[in-house]
Design a protein around this ligand. Structure first.
Ligand code: HXC
Length: 514
């Protein structure tokens, strides 16, 4: 037995070495943690249970029969985060650049199948050169096996991807189907094809970073949701994100014990809206004053900043927050921010997270760039997402709610459960100036002084329509509240809606305007 035990321990030690000391050193020199070190940071101490440590690839071509690393290029298993079970895989760049062989894929598929059976999230730490080139079409099929599982698991268990190294080809599509992507500054890249192929095909010269670095995907493409300073920061951020999420779609999100009182009045909110309606303010100040202890995990912070989305807690219960941002492009709805918010709303709805919407929106952004870019179909995605969401939906109109954007932003008509407005709310078909120019066109053009006439008509329209009271008269607003009451009112509404049951008609699936 002694000898057998020694043999087992030797195999385990060999597997833990991955691609060998030299390649591990190279990772460290590049400021990166190895696949196993990453799991140690991500998971609760000592909680990692590895499976398939002794799996090897079965390829014989191109000299691969002489390079059969134990575990192949991925470390897989289960562990806990704050005591809650998660399934994990961590690609090992020291073995064939983390590339995906059939064996590697089988390991990931096995852990994903387990995650679906037990209802646990899958967290994938990606660091891979894509399909194992020596395996040819087998590795393409192996990728497809993962894509299928990603898709079937979507909306059932949370799927989180960290991209922690260069990820090319197939290695980007699995993260793209998952719910959240984290990237590490200066260390991770995502592209379908690298700079060399780009140069050959389009004659563009572009660096790795500009083509697919963390900043590019966190600000330009919106492919990634979180940008981290380094590996440890990324893994800690994943732990934080997990603290807001249920383990699966049949579970409620985890409650914590709040230090903040649900009835806290916040006097500062009464002075937060500038007297001049065209003056901006930072909606994140409103969010932080309302939520538990000012805690807000912003998602997509660097992308489409004219809308703010993220997770917070109210009286200890996780909530998703969507807020127009008047400090950026006046909070207008455009293509990028509609996509950003629609995706967030759908995630919250899939995982039983109530949505709180703060509204201050002048409307949809006009112009050829938006129209030709398809603002109609992209704006419709946000509308669709709010319409189909059945989780508790609480809306607070802070200031502007004009035109179609009023309808879209979780209005009463699309199943907003509790719709509140501050006295500063302006709810109308369009802004007073635009409205006056259209409905008083003749009077203004025939006036001795058209400018004064326009200003007068604008005031008339503002006095009549730019307030919350007409909407309240129709019952479209449940209550006009003082801004300082916002937190207590939302906490009460959430308590009221804890037992909410709402359903959509049975169907295979809807046809969101993609
Ligand atoms: C097999 C690979 C590999 C791959 C890297 N390696 N990528 N082995 N298949 N796809 C190996 C290298 O041979 C090397 O082995 C080790 O991993 C480290 O690679 P380096 O090139 O030395 O590292 P680095 O300079 O950091 O560059 C990393 C990289 C580069 C940017 C990822 O290796 C690269 O461009 N790889 C190929 C990317 C790619 O085109 N993949 C195929 C995509 S097609 P040694 O033994 O020297 O350590 C695809 C199709 C799927 O994925 C489509 C599904 C929809």
């Amino acid at each position: 037995m002694k000898k057998k035990l020694e043999a087992l321990r030797e195999l385990q030690a060999e597997a833990r070495q991955g691609g060998g000391e030299k390649r591990i050193e190279k990772m460290h020199e590049q400021g990166k943690l190895t696949a196993r070190e990453r799991l140690e940071v991500l998971l609760d101490e000592g909680s990692f249970e590895e499976i398939d440590m002794l799996v090897r690839h079965q390829t014989r071509d191109f000299g691969l029969d002489k390079q059969r690393f134990l575990g192949d290029s991925v470390v897989v298993g289960t562990g806990t985060i704050e005591g809650r079970m998660v399934c994990v895989f961590s690609q090992d760049f020291t073995v064939f650049g983390g590339s995906l062989s059939a064996a590697h894929s089988q390991k990931i598929c096995k852990i994903m199948d387990l995650a679906m059976k037990i209802g646990a999230p899958v967290i994938g730490l990606n660091d891979s050169g894509g399909a194992r080139i020596q395996e040819g079409v087998v590795s393409l099929g192996a990728y497809a096996d993962i894509f299928l599982r990603n898709t079937l698991a979507s909306g059932v268990i949370p799927q989180i991807s960290a991209v922690m190294g260069p990820c090319a080809g197939g290695a980007v599509y699995s993260p793209a189907i998952t719910d959240f992507i984290f990237m590490v500054k200066e260390k991770s890249y995502m592209f379908v094809t690298g700079p060399n192929v780009v140069k050959t095909v389009t004659h563009e010269t572009v660096s790795f970073g500009d083509l697919g670095g963390a900043t590019t995907h966190g600000t330009k493409s919106g492919v990634s949701h979180f940008t981290s300073a380094n590996d440890v920061d990324c893994l800690m951020q994943i732990r934080k994100l997990m603290s807001y999420l249920p383990l699966n779609n049949a579970e409620e999100p985890p409650l914590s014990t709040p230090k903040d009182k649900p009835g806290r009045m916040e006097e500062a909110l009464n002075d937060i809206i500038p007297d001049n309606p065209s003056k901006p303010y930072d909606v994140k100040d409103v969010i932080k004053l309302v939520v538990d202890e000012g805690d807000f995990l912003e998602v997509h912070a660097g992308y489409a900043a004219n809308i703010v989305v993220g997770f917070s807690r109210m009286n200890g219960a996780p909530v998703g927050i969507v807020a127009n941002q008047p400090a950026v492009l006046a909070g207008v709805l455009d293509i990028d921010c509609s996509l950003k918010a629609a995706r967030f709303v759908r995630f919250c709805d899939a995982f039983n997270i109530p949505i709180i919407t703060f509204v201050d929106v002048p409307g949809f952004l006009p112009g050829t760039a938006q129209e030709w870019g398809g603002i109609i179909k992209h704006g419709a995605k946000l509308l669709y997402a709010y319409c189909e969401a059945t989780v508790p939906k609480i809306t607070v109109i802070l200031r502007k709610a004009y035109g179609g954007a009023y309808d879209v932003m979780s209005s009463k008509h699309i199943r907003g459960d509790v719709n509140l407005a501050w006295p500063s709310a302006e709810i109308a078909v369009m802004g007073p100036k635009g409205a006056a120019e259209i409905i008083f066109k003749r009077e203004i053009s025939e006036a001795d002084n058209p400018e004064t006439a326009l200003a007068e008509k604008e005031r008339e329209y503002r006095d009549k329509f730019a307030n919350p009271y007409l909407a309240a008269e129709h019952g479209y607003i449940d209550e006009v509240i003082e801004p300082r009451q916002t937190r207590p009112k939302i906490c009460r509404a959430l308590a009221l809606l804890r037992t909410k049951v709402d359903k959509n008609p049975p169907k295979k699936h809807g046809n969101i305007p993609l």
